[in-house]
Design a binder for this molecule. Structure first.
Ligand SMILES: O=C(O)C1=N[C@H](C(=O)O)C[C@H](O)C1
Length: 300
């Protein structure tokens, strides 16, 4: 039986971490969250892959969480985890328990590629230790581990495992998970948002939601309301930009575009680096070619 009935539907923004001369740029992060918070987003993911969490110390991660919390108002926060050392990860979960987040986003341990039994043990141990709901982060391209459908079905029986950020790139698995109804399915690959939500998924955790945020919020809301033609009309202009944002390693392209928009400095922590000039120019052209939402909405 489920202990909690949390809701992860809608558009969640996996926040970038702005930097200035090597340090976290907290004022820029605060301004960014303030600006996004009143655009209809469901909440924020702090220290996900887009947030370059792997390059942040635990102290920096907690400071980032504090800044986001101070700017986010009532919006819920999900904290990302990473690593492969189970005892250290459980200790970190206990630290996060004291921070009172809405959920934790948990990927498979990276690099070591355990068996499906080992993966079940990993997620169940973390869920047992967590006082917050767990969102499974299924992202084999980054972790090296594929979560089989049966593994996910087993994990869905845990009372605190309630949702999945689906970057599995496996359409059939996505459809089975949605049909099962045991986990809320959130698109984790931006280009799959439309299909996932049209099939009955609950929403998305999408880095591309930093830009043209309201358009993405509307697409998801229209799909959830069954208004397919209107959703399609808003989605089509977004797709080339969303694809281009991932043409080089995320969040390089996103930060380049946001820097052009004056939202932060175009700085990443090594070994992540800035997007190429050619891609940056293409992103600007694509982004500027997307009609303003109000004008577009009038036209449909
Ligand atoms: O940080 C995230 O959460 C996301 N990560 C994915 C990735 O970087 O692979 C992309 C997605 O848009 C959000």
């Amino acid at each position: 039986m489920r202990e909690l009935t949390p809701d992860f539907s809608g558009l969640w923004i996996p926040l970038v971490t702005p930097f200035e001369r090597g340090a976290v740029d907290h004022p820029a992060l605060y301004r960014l969250v303030r600006q996004l918070a009143n655009q209809g987003v469901a909440g924020f993911v702090v220290c996900g892959s887009t947030g370059e969490a792997a390059a942040l110390s635990p102290e920096e991660q907690l400071a980032v969480l504090d800044t986001v919390r101070s700017a986010a108002g009532d919006l819920p926060l999900v904290m990302g985890l990473s690593g492969y050392h189970l005892p250290e990860t459980l200790e970190w979960v206990r630290t996060l328990n004291r921070c009172g987040v809405h959920g934790i986003l948990v990927p498979a341990p990276h690099y070591i590629r355990p068996s499906q039994t080992g993966l079940i043990q990993w997620f169940e141990s973390i869920a047992d230790a967590s006082t917050s709901p767990v969102v499974i982060y299924d992202i084999p391209a980054r972790t090296g581990s594929t979560l089989a459908l049966e593994t996910l079905r087993t994990l869905a029986q845990h009372p605190r495992i309630v949702a999945i950020k689906d970057c599995g790139a496996d359409d059939l698995k996505t459809q089975h998970l949605i049909a099962d109804g045991a986990l809320q399915v959130l698109a984790g690959d931006d280009s799959r948002i439309f299909n996932t939500v049209a099939l009955g998924g609950a929403g998305a955790i999408a880095a591309g939601g930093h830009v043209h945020t309201q358009r993405m919020v509307h697409v998801i809301a229209l799909l959830r309301a069954g208004e397919l033609p209107a959703a399609r009309a808003l989605w089509r202009p977004l797709l080339p930009l969303l694809n281009a944002l991932f043409a080089e390693p995320n969040p390089g392209p996103l930060k380049a575009l946001m820097a052009h928009q004056g939202l932060l400095l175009n700085e990443l922590r090594a070994p992540m680096d800035a997007a190429s000039e050619g891609l940056t120019a293409r992103l600007r052209t694509l982004s500027e070619g997307i009609p303003a939402l109000v004008a577009h909405a009038r036209a449909i």
